[in-house]
Ligand binder design. Sequence first.
Ligand code: GDP
Ligand code: MG
Length: 191
Amino acid sequence: MSASPKGRLIVISGPSGVGKSSIVDAVLARTDALFSVSATTRSARPDEVEGTDYAFMTREQFGALQEAGEILESAEYGGNLYGTPRNAALPLVEAGHDVILDIENEGAKQIRATFPSALMIFVAPPSLDSLAKRLLTRGDTSDEDMARRLGVAEDQMAEADGLYDHVVVNDDLVDTIVAVLDILKQPLEQP
Ligand SMILES: Nc1nc2c(ncn2[C@@H]2O[C@H](COP(=O)(O)OP(=O)(O)O)[C@@H](O)[C@H]2O)c(=O)[nH]1
Ligand SMILES: [Mg+2]
C-alpha cells in the first residue's frame, strides 16, 4: 500500500498591479489546482465573498491564529495583515491537490524558507513604466503610494531571480497565462 502522492505548493507573487489575480483565476479555471484562501484584516470589497476570496477577520482573530501556530506565513501590506492559514493549504497538498498561493514577496520568502520545494513563480511587469500605468488605471493610488509601490516593485524584481523558480513577464495576459500553465505542466525538478 503506498501513500497517495502529494500535491504541490505553488506560489504566485509579483508587484501589486501586475495582474496576479487575473492569472491565478485563469489557472484555477483551466487546471485542477485549488486556491489557498488567505486570512486578512482588511475589509471585504463589495464583490468579495467571505471564505472564497479571503477569510476576513479582526487583528485580534488574526493574532490568535498566529499564536496558535496556524499561520504559515504572513506580512503587513497597505496597513493590513495577510497570511496563509495552515489549513488553507497543507491538508489539500497532503490530499494530492496542487494549491496556489497568491501572496506578496515577503510571504513568498517565508514559504521558500519553510517549504524549499515549493514551486515559486514571480510575475514581473514588462517595465516599471507599464506598472505605473496599470496602477494609475486602477485609480486607487496616490502619488506617494505610487512612488512607494514602484520602489518596492523595483527591489523585488532585483531579487526575484535568486528566490523564484520562474520569472514570467506579463506583457500580454494571454501569453502569460499560457506560460504559467506550461510551467505547471513541467515535472517537479529533483534537488
Ligand atoms: N504574504 C501574504 N500576502 C498575501 C496574502 N493574501 C494576499 N496577499 C497579497 O496581498 C496583496 C494585496 O492583496 P489585495 O488586498 O487582495 O489587493 P490587490 O490584490 O492588490 O487587489 C497582494 O499582493 C496579494 O498577493 C497572504 O496570505 N500572505
Ligand atoms: Mg490580487
